[in-house]
Design a binder for this molecule. Structure first.
Ligand SMILES: Nc1ncnc2c1ncn2[C@@H]1O[C@H](COP(=O)(O)OP(=O)(O)OP(=O)(O)O)[C@@H](O)[C@H]1O
Ligand SMILES: [Mg+2]
Length: 269
């Protein structure tokens, strides 16, 4: 777990939330005048939560992720990850809407580099690359270059890279938005399985109500800009031991879709 050099140490065994926002507001400056992007918003995310953020375009979802990643400081209020101020590049694996990979390197080479950045020694890297590729279903294309694989496979490499760092937090900003429906469904299923295996706290941004219900253990719907909480719902569907098609066929699944869909429409109105 990363900690800011000036932040007070968190006593061992303290049950700190993975992410905590208190009265956070964010306003962008600029030539066109200030843009109130987010908040005020308060949100506590316990460890192990798979939180999905849903909201209209421009409501502040990416802003919230950037604050949690430490790329931006809030205009007011406090953001804490693991009890301390977030530091960019430390403590969170990030997957962006477009995969950010090294095209001249192989699939395995990209994952290896992420492990190297994470300070994993060479011998251990060689052991962990195949393991990570296996997890995201890429073991048979390990030696291909990035330009020799599909967009969906590239997004899998990005997820493997985000998982490589052993960071306690995964931040995913519409990672499947550019994919076709079938590939998207398969990646959702894989991410759900991997997330249940690793138990890592995740914050996942999407426009899709379907994706939110399928992936989330908790779903937060944001209002229009500046984004505030319109709905905060524990999903309560089983996280393991159920096949994706069985999950999608549950009556509770349809009810959640309807409830979240209504909230998204009301928030956008
Ligand atoms: N660097 C910036 N400077 C000024 N305004 C910004 C900046 N970044 C974002 N904004 C504005 O802040 C608001 C929230 O932006 P943000 O990117 O968080 O929205 P979003 O919910 O992620 O939208 P989308 O679903 O389209 O990705 C928008 O109105 C956007 O135009
Ligand atoms: Mg965005």
């Amino acid at each position: 777990m990363s900690s800011h050099p000036d932040a007070p140490a968190v006593p061992a065994g303290t049950d700190v939330a993975a992410v905590r926002l208190e009265e956070v507001e964010h306003v962008y400056g600029g030539a066109g005048g200030p843009v109130a992007a987010l908040g005020p918003i308060s949100l506590t995310v316990p460890r192990g939560t798979f939180l999905v953020l849903v909201g209209a375009s421009g409501c502040g979802k990416s802003t919230l992720l950037r604050l949690v990643a430490g790329f931006e400081k809030p205009t007011s209020g406090t953001v804490r990850t693991g009890g301390t101020e977030p530091v960019p590049g430390r403590g969170a694996g990030i997957v962006f809407q477009q995969p950010r990979l090294f095209p001249w390197k192989t699939v395995g080479g990209n994952v290896e580099l992420a492990l190297r950045y994470a300070g994993v020694p060479r011998a251990e890297r060689a052991r962990r690359v195949p393991d990570l590729l296996e997890r995201v279903g890429l073991h048979d294309v390990a030696d291909r270059r990035i330009w020799q694989i599909s967009g969906g496979q590239q997004q899998r490499v990005a997820i493997a890279r985000a998982l490589a760092g052993d960071d306690p937090l995964l931040l995913l900003d519409e990672p499947f938005a550019a994919l076709d429906a079938l590939t998207r469904e398969r990646l959702q299923e894989d991410l759900r399985r991997v997330s249940a295996q690793t138990g890592r706290t995740s914050v996942f941004v999407t426009h899709s109500v379907e994706e939110a219900v399928f992936l989330g253990s908790r779903v937060v719907v944001l209002t229009r800009r500046p984004g505030r909480i319109a709905l905060d719902l524990d999903v309560g569907l089983p996280r393991t031991g159920v096949e994706p098609h069985e999950l999608r066929a549950l009556p509770e699944y349809a009810a959640l879709r309807a409830e979240i869909g209504r909230a998204v429409r009301a928030a956008a109105a």
